[in-house]
Design a binder for this molecule. Sequence first.
Ligand SMILES: [Zn+2]
Length: 73
Amino acid sequence: MPTYNYKCKDCGLSYSIELSLAEKDSYQPECPDCQSCDVFQTFNRVGVLGGSKTGDVSGCSASSCPSSCSSCD
Ligand SMILES: [Zn+2]
């Protein structure tokens, strides 16, 4: 299940929640700490979109990765 990350504007709490696509549609973001609804979604690169597990090098391969990232061994 995808994990979504949210941050509360009121208290600054960052939290993540697992939601199916159907749940995401009806999910009303609310801070679990202060119950504020002034919460916005944040994005990181922890596999939410099914991309690279290690993040910031896209399309590398073992022989041509420019930075010898950890995903190409
Ligand atoms: Zn809060």
